[in-house]
Design a protein around this ligand. Structure first.
Ligand code: KG4
Ligand code: ZN
Length: 325
């Protein structure tokens, strides 16, 4: 079964074809990073306009790379939230037009669920019950998954998401945008020797990253940082210490068989290494380019939803604040 995926929730216009929920036939991305870099962050209005320019060419590219025509496809999956409303609308409108014109089933996909399903790509065999740590620009969620589509949110961030914290720390350190990859690179050249606070929020599965960011800001403001690489490494370590420790504790508490890591921050090399090294249960992590926003993960998720008979009608709306459950 072949599913076409469309992703436009934020600043990447992406289209993909995935077979049977795991085999990537094409996975095309038109990135807007350079356009937003000059503003130091994503400008929603600019993002929507760029999606309009990029969506049709990227869809054609995904079909061509997969050597597939619409008649060979079984459904079209599209992210309908959470994300920027104007950006989401571009993908959803195009998906509706194609589904109507080509007589295809349409499946609205939650962007966070799609991040989780990136772990099914490449024929991994996740085993339930499992614990997912979703760390992206907008979310840091710990989710217990007992089966396909069966989610219990155990904890989430109370303030900044992990990716947001990385982006802000990079800005504080003058490392530019996008911040996560910049901190990752800079940290590799330094040592985590600067003492920064960790917010444990004991007795909960929640996270908080605004304190460590403010502590870094105070050190920079008072000229106490003389080595940017050490500062980046120390910040990264503080965030990762909390993510890894709390994820492993939740996996033990709920006796999960595996831990799945997903979302843009899952591309971070230190996080990948520490979670894999320290977890008592197997850890699955998608390859870095499948951690950040892409449409293959949307198609993979759409496959499992279609298998469960869950399709959407033309009244499907975009929901900027869509929740996992
Ligand atoms: O999942 P994603 O591509 O978009 C959202 O759904 O938000 O995640 C983007 C986030 C950004 O905050 C970016 O800085 C972060 O993921 N990120 C990283 C790395 N690559 C991307 N954070 C830390 N290390 C990385 N290597
Ligand atoms: Zn994302």
């Amino acid at each position: 079964m072949k599913i076409f995926g469309i992703e436009t929730s934020c600043d990447e216009t992406a289209a993909a074809v995935v077979e049977d929920g795991f085999e990537i036939l094409s996975n095309e991305i038109a990135s807007q990073v350079e356009i937003h870099a000059r503003y130091g962050g994503i400008v929603p209005e600019v993002a929507s306009r760029q999606h309009i320019l990029a969506i049709i060419p990227i869809i054609q590219q995904a079909l061509d790379k997969a050597n597939t025509g619409w008649q060979e496809l079984d459904g079209i999956a599209v992210t309908n939230g959470p994300g920027l409303a104007g950006s989401l609308l571009v993908g959803v409108s195009v998906a509706k037009a194609i589904a109507t014109g080509q007589g295809l089933s349409m499946i609205g996909v939650n962007h966070l669920e799609a991040h989780i399903y990136a772990n099914w790509l490449g024929k991994n065999e996740p085993e339930f019950p499992l614990l997912c740590l979703i760390v992206s620009g907008g979310h840091s969620d710990l989710v217990l998954m007992r089966g396909h589509g069966d989610y219990t949110v155990l904890g989430r961030t109370r303030d900044d998401a992990a990716g947001e914290a990385f982006d802000k720390a990079a800005r504080i350190l003058g490392l530019g945008y996008p911040g996560g990859p910049a901190i990752d690179r800079e940290a590799a050249k330094g040592n985590p020797c600067i003492d920064l606070p960790r917010s444990w929020l004991k007795g909960t599965n929640d996270f908080s990253f605004s304190g460590v960011k403010t502590a870094l800001f105070r050190l920079v403001e008072t000229d106490k940082i003389n080595n940017t690489a050490d500062a980046a490494a120390s910040f990264q370590e503080a965030v990762i210490d909390v993510l890894v420790t709390k994820t492993i504790a939740a996996a033990k508490q709920h006796r999960t068989k595996q831990i799945l890591l997903s979302g843009g921050v899952a591309a971070n090399r230190r996080l990948r290494q520490r979670l894999s090294d320290e977890s008592p249960v197997p850890v699955l992590i998608p390859q870095p380019m499948l951690c950040t926003d892409n449409a293959a993960m949307v198609a993979a998720c759409g496959y499992f939803r279609l298998q469960a008979g869950k399709t959407d009608g033309m009244d499907m709306d975009v929901i900027a604040g869509l929740k996992l459950v």
